[in-house]
Design a protein around this ligand. Structure first.
Ligand code: SAM
Length: 472
């Protein structure tokens, strides 16, 4: 037996174990008695391990697949209610020294315009984002120790948090930057970041090395062990992800769950979020040149199974996906979505000029935030701009234990309604406002607990009177 605390990347993401799990899944996926038993176990809402999950992923029985979807939808409702958390990415710099073959920011790409936002540029971007109504950002940079050192990232976070424009404020900055040292993670923690997000891209070591032929990101162990260093540095909310399309999806899915199991075993808390990006067209990048693209149905099945297998982990879907795909997977378990995203460096304050190109990938869902918010509400969801958990110290295992006990509903629901109300008053179009007000009234009437209803009424009254509570 391994000592999990000192496990290295190739031990906790064991290629041998993944292959054995996939072989087990192939052998047993038509054993409907086993599939039924796994579905029954999943109904307990305690999750499934990577091997069990692989059997469900391999199962092609239509009736069982429908049951997976139904269960995912039910678990989503139980743990997250009808709330969908909103965020936007903010690209700070596309300078990059890596050679990632799927990413337009790779060092050898001469077709891309290299840009880096100054602190004044960041101010303009953040004001544009606040004017849309955003409260939560994910900052993104390429990896470049000279152009994007940690000091630049820290200074940018400070700038972002310092901007109060009208009733706006960015209340949570999540960070998606390259794997770094424990010392740097500690600095990010001290700067008050929310989640540290790092996509594994692929868990398959040989493919990983081929897809990242040059630069610091080539080092599989350094990248794969990043979350352990982040947690050692005090960051307890970390976000995992796989870039689907690069390797066989079944391999990635098992690897992703093994990574989550490892974090839970060693640090006592699993990933705060899981993202599910798919490779997209970008400057000099053709997704068709990667052999492992997955269709929308397989994608939906993966999302449903993530919801079933790690019920307490948030799931994020970006504007890489179309409105139709987003609609489908939101129902199956996604809890957080981006809206009105720009993937270029400096794309919010001004459109990027035609002769420049710094977009990281093509956006499929190009709607405004107002349109996305309205669309969610028309489907009965509550778009939430809440960041209270993080601001009140409900992170890591504290968040997870509240979530597991179902208590998170009691604070999240009133807070979500309050931040939606704030959004409607400050930023929404008349049409969106009308739909939102109706939805809030209907939600209020349905809150079963007296105390929660009181908290809600209190929150809403304050906003009506123009009093903003920036704790949320
Ligand atoms: N440089 C950091 C790193 O190495 O992790 C930050 C990541 S980058 C700004 C954000 C993510 O975009 C990458 O981790 C990758 O998964 C994704 N990405 C890169 N190229 C993409 C493409 N062509 N289509 C979709 N997603 C892409």
């Amino acid at each position: 037996m391994y000592d999990v605390n000192s496990m290295k990347a190739e031990e906790f993401i064991s290629d041998e174990e993944i292959r054995a799990s996939l072989a087990y899944a192939d052998e047993h996926c038509q054993d409907l008695e086993l599939v039924d038993a796994l579905l029954k176990k999943a109904e307990e809402r305690k999750g499934l391990n990577h091997r069990e999950a692989s059997v469900l992923l391999a199962c092609q029985d239509p009736e069982r697949i429908q049951r997976m979807y139904d269960l995912a939808e039910q678990i989503k409702k139980d743990f997250y209610g009808n709330r969908i958390v909103m965020f936007a990415p903010l690209y700070l710099s596309d300078y990059c020294v890596n050679g990632c073959v799927y990413c337009p920011y790779h060092a050898g790409n001469k077709g891309i315009t290299r840009k880096k936002l100054s602190q004044d540029d960041i101010r303009r971007e953040v004001i544009a984002l606040q004017d849309m109504g955003h409260k939560r950002l994910a900052i993104e940079t390429g990896e470049d120790p000279v152009n994007n050192p940690i000091e630049y990232v820290l200074e940018s976070i400070k700038t972002i948090y310092s901007i109060q424009h009208k009733n706006g404020a960015i209340r949570r900055v999540n960070v998606n930057i390259a794997a770094t040292t424990v010392e740097n993670y500690r600095k990010l923690k001290e700067a008050g970041i929310g989640t540290y997000i790092l996509f594994q891209e692929t868990y398959h070591k040989d493919s990983y090395e081929k897809l990242h032929p040059t630069g610091p990101k080539h080092n599989y162990a350094w990248h794969t062990e990043a979350m352990d260093r982040a947690m050692e540095g005090g960051i307890d909310d970390v976000g995992l992800g796989v870039l689907f399309g690069l390797e066989l999806y079944r391999y990635e899915f098992a690897g992703l769950l093994m990574h989550a199991e490892h974090l839970e075993a060693v640090h006592g808390v699993g990933p705060h979020t899981i993202s599910v990006p798919r490779v997209k067209r970008a400057e000099g990048i053709d997704p068709a040149s990667f052999d492992n693209g997955i269709d929308d149905e397989t994608f939906a099945k993966i999302c449903a199974l993530i919801r079933i297998c790690v019920p307490y982990t948030g799931m994020i879907i970006s504007t890489r996906e179309s409105e139709a795909v987003r609609e489908k997977v939101i129902r199956l378990g996604v809890s957080q979505i981006s809206g009105a995203s720009r993937t270029s460096v400096g794309g919010y304050a001004e459109e990027e000029p035609e002769d420049e190109c710094s977009e990281q990938f093509d956006v499929s869902d190009k709607r405004t935030l107002d349109e996305v918010v309205r669309w969610l509400m028309e489907m009965g969801y509550i778009p939430s701009f809440c960041t209270a958990c993080y601001r009140e110290g409900r992170t890591g295992d504290r968040f997870m234990s509240l979530c597991k006990s179902g208590q998170i509903q009691n604070c999240c629901h009133p807070n979500a309604l309050m931040t939606l109300k704030e959004y409607l008053m400050d930023y929404a179009s008349e049409e969106t406002k009308a739909i939102g007000e109706k939805l809030i009234q209907a939600e209020l009437a349905n809150i079963p607990r007296e105390r929660t209803r009181e908290i809600c009424a209190d929150h809403l009254k304050k906003i009506e009177e123009g009093i903003r509570d920036f704790r949320f």
